[in-house]
Design a protein around this ligand. Structure first.
Ligand code: NAI
Length: 253
């Protein structure tokens, strides 16, 4: 019998960090289209997230905006508690919040290093640490960490960023082994994607990077989101500890 077509994330609850714009926002939109209820976490003052959640609610979606800096333990605890109070559970966690900074290694300060690590790596630890008890209680869950191909490839002037993203991949594999079989943990390591993070680069950068990509073009945020939908849905049930690479062919593993 043909089943009625329903969303692949029908009746799922997801928490997406950095969900106000860029890749996170595209993941939230794709999750909502697949029928999920979504908590959109972004840092205080990122008003785009509030407006975005307002527009989602306008379409009838069950969505809530949460304010927290992912590097702040107390703020994260409060936001996760608020999500659990609103939805009763969290089935899918997407650790997407992160940022990048280019600087020659010799000019890198300890503060630069700590800032990147506190958001890109400690942030992933903190949010996951606050969400996992509820997933263990439910004996199910999907954790999806947005790493970067930079964590696989390395790049000049991005030592701290590359270290943080390689850290996310290591964290993903270790936690996947520890939380199996009820909870799966996977990473997505996108190649260059057109977002605020990559906009405004120097003239010639796009042509240069595109000439290095087998598919000859940067990706769009909405081309990363399907990997997250896949990992969150029943289709991704056999995947854990993996790193998917929507990267225009830049890294081939
Ligand atoms: P973006 O800068 O457009 O969006 C990042 C989002 O995270 C924003 O909504 C921002 O407010 C939020 N955020 C940043 N710091 C936060 C904090 N401390 N607490 C809570 N929220 C915070 O960036 P984009 O490009 O969408 O990046 C998303 C993720 O994808 C990042 O982890 C990034 O490292 C990764 N990535 C991006 C690539 C690209 O080419 N754009 C390539 C590979 C990975």
């Amino acid at each position: 019998h043909l089943k009625l077509i329903v969303g692949r994330l029908q009746s799922k609850v997801a928490l997406v960090t950095g969900g106000g714009r860029g890749i996170g926002r595209s993941i939230v939109e794709a999750f909502v289209r697949e029928g999920a209820a979504v908590a959109v976490l972004d840092r205080p003052g990122e008003f785009a997230a509030d407006q975005f959640v307002g527009s989602l609610k306008g379409t009838g979606a069950h969505a809530v905006a949460l304010e927290a800096d992912v590097a702040d333990d107390e703020a994260v605890a409060g936001a996760v508690a608020a999500a659990l109070a609103e939805f009763g559970r969290i089935d899918v966690l997407v650790n997407n919040a992160g940022f990048s900074q280019r600087k020659p290694f010799v000019e890198l300060t300890l503060a630069d290093w700590d800032n990147i690590m506190s958001v890109n790596l400690r942030g992933v630890f903190l949010v996951t640490h606050h969400v996992v008890p509820a997933m263990l209680h439910a004996a199910q869950g999907r954790i999806i960490n947005i790493a970067s191909q930079m964590g696989q490839l390395g790049a000049a002037q991005l030592t701290h960023y590359c270290a943080s993203k390689a850290g996310v991949i290591g964290f993903t594999k270790a936690l996947a082994r520890e939380l199996a079989p009820d909870i799966t943990v996977n990473a997505i390591a996108p190649g260059p994607i057109l977002t605020d993070m990559t906009k405004g680069r120097e003239p010639g950068w796009y042509e240069q990077i595109e000439s290095e990509l087998p598919l000859n073009r940067l990706g769009l945020p909405e081309e990363v989101a399907p990997s997250a939908v896949f990992l969150a849905s029943d289709d991704g049930a056999l995947f854990t500890g993996q790193t998917l690479g929507p990267n225009s062919g830049h890294v081939m593993l």
